[in-house]
Ligand binder design. Structure first.
Ligand SMILES: Cc1cc2nc3c(=O)[nH]c(=O)nc-3n(C[C@H](O)[C@H](O)[C@H](O)COP(=O)(O)OP(=O)(O)OC[C@H]3O[C@@H](n4cnc5c(N)ncnc54)[C@H](O)[C@@H]3O)c2cc1C
Length: 448
């Protein structure tokens, strides 16, 4: 939906920069709260969820109930189930009994939600943010929006090794451009760098069409193997508000070591995708006897890229042996992840925001510490992995985070965020034992 933005807009409680799933959830949860005014700005002309990686078979990596709103308010009219009902496809959805939902379908749901919200402005890049007389002033090309609070929902940016950046183009690019850059690869040598979910999705896509297979497909991973995502129930407890709060309360050194231990709880490859790739390899080799050469090279790091007259030369170092290997490629896809970067538009107020080890310092309510007055808060979505835990960049807790932000802005419990005790007791046990002992004494007294 494209909205015209008034050049002299009224002051709002919340101005959001960026409309991805994070700020879309905020808009959806703010809508039923009449006391709050909010408006959101997006530079793209329409909602697109990682369009460059919308490979046809890519699946959502969370349960579909982890939509924009259900976690804090399943009765909100912008839930995924409400979307299915509005499209008259709820029964077919139930009968289809999906294990996972297609990412393309969730994108359609998000786009439908955009049509239900009048306060989203597309084609509206925020060029700068200033702070004057107690108000944030968001400035676009032809408009200014004053706001009491700011919410950054600008997402993460592609992480690309410095040595590869000068070479980026049509045949060497980051995975975020895969769907727009890919072309006929028949008889070409393709190298995919990165052994996470994105690398796996691209490998599956490259191998999917038997009539258009490349001459060779090489998959390089720094990890020692193509490792699965840990989706077991107790690991999924890391994606709960209780664990996020627990993690936030830990000293920095503890948080850092936990993040290392929890790597495969967030960055592994889904089991079903690994299985499907393995089966396809089997089929190509043993059933179709296809000449496409597939090489799997874990335990290697890409260390340099050189342009040759007709191909790329990629230097790898083998982790254990430190042996150097050279690969030739006609096309190379860098599935090297994403990282948070402060949006450029924040330039004028950026020096006023506190940083520790290069990162914003978060408060419990997802505002960041800065030297502005009380009541003028800057909230940041999707930038607190090292302080709030592995769930932060994930879709799962977005509604809970947004409800925290709305409660904080309004100064009221607009959303009930009281949590029951978690199954797992993450903290030390002294207090727990006291409670248990007291409960045990009470039960014994009752029994007697
Ligand atoms: C390919 C891919 C698949 C993923 N799949 C899953 C999944 O299945 N499950 C899961 O839990 N997580 C998934 N994630 C992780 C995460 O959920 C997504 O990255 C999600 O899109 C993050 O939402 P966001 O709103 O924070 O950022 P984004 O979706 O990146 O949106 C940010 C928006 O801000 C806009 N913007 C930036 N600067 C400005 C500006 N100055 N003015 C106006 N607009 C601006 C951008 O154009 C963009 O539209 C996936 C990530 C990727 C990369």
């Amino acid at each position: 939906m494209i909205m015209n933005v008034l050049s002299a807009a009224a002051v709002v409680d919340i101005a959001g920069i960026g409309i991805g799933p994070a700020n879309l959830s905020l808009a959806a949860l703010a809508q039923p709260k009449p006391g709050l005014t909010a408006t959101f700005f997006e530079r793209s002309s329409e909602f697109q969820w990682h369009a460059g990686m919308m490979v046809p078979d890519a699946m959502l990596q969370v349960h579909y109930l982890k939509d924009l709103v259900s976690l804090v308010d399943p009765s909100n009219p912008l839930s995924f189930l409400a979307y299915l009902a509005k499209q008259k496809q709820l029964l077919s959805f139930i009968n289809a009994n999906f294990d996972q939902v297609l990412r393309r379908e969730f994108n359609q749901y998000y786009r439908w939600a955009c049509t239900q919200l009048p306060n989203l402005h597309f084609n509206s890049e925020v060029r700068s943010v200033e702070f004057e007389n107690g108000l944030f002033l968001l400035k676009g090309d032809t408009w200014v929006q004053p706001a009491r609070n700011l919410v950054l929902g600008t997402g993460q940016q592609p992480s690309i090794p410095a040595f590869a950046r000068p070479h980026l183009g049509d045949t060497l690019f980051h995975s975020s451009q895969y769907m727009t850059r890919k072309r006929s690869l028949k008889d070409k040598r393709v190298v995919v760098i990165g052994g996470g979910q994105t690398g796996a999705e691209i490998i599956q896509h490259l191998l999917s069409d038997t009539s258009a297979l490349p001459a060779s497909v090489t998959w390089v991973s720094r990890r020692w193997n193509f490792s699965p995502l840990d989706e077991s129930p107790f690991t999924n407890e890391l994606y709960t508000p209780q664990y996020s709060d627990h993690f936030f309360a830990q000293p920095e050194a503890v948080r850092q070591s936990l993040l290392v231990e929890q790597k495969l709880a967030s960055d592994g490859i889904s089991q079903s995708l690994l299985q499907s790739i393995y089966r396809r390899l089997y089929e190509l080799k043993h059933v179709l006897h296809h000449p496409c050469k597939v090489r799997l090279l874990p335990g290697r790091e890409l260390t340099a890229v050189q342009q040759r007259p007709h191909h790329w030369s990629l230097s790898l170092v083998h982790g254990h042996s430190h042996v150097q290997e050279e690969l030739s490629a006609d096309m190379a896809v860098l599935c090297t992840g994403y990282a948070y970067q402060m949006p450029e538009c924040l330039g004028a107020i950026e020096p006023r925001i506190t940083r520790r080890n290069g990162e914003y310092v978060f408060n419990q309510d997802y505002s960041v510490q800065w030297d502005g007055p009380q009541g003028s808060a800057i909230y940041v979505q999707n930038a607190a992995r090292s302080q709030k835990g592995i769930a932060d960049p994930n879709l799962g807790l977005i509604p809970w985070r947004c409800a925290n932000i709305l409660n904080s802005v309004s100064g009221q419990a607009l959303y009930d965020l009281d949590e029951p005790d978690a199954f797992v007791q993450w903290g030390p046990s002294a207090a727990f034992d006291e409670v248990s002992d007291a409960r045990f004494d009470r039960l014994t007294a009752l029994a007697n």
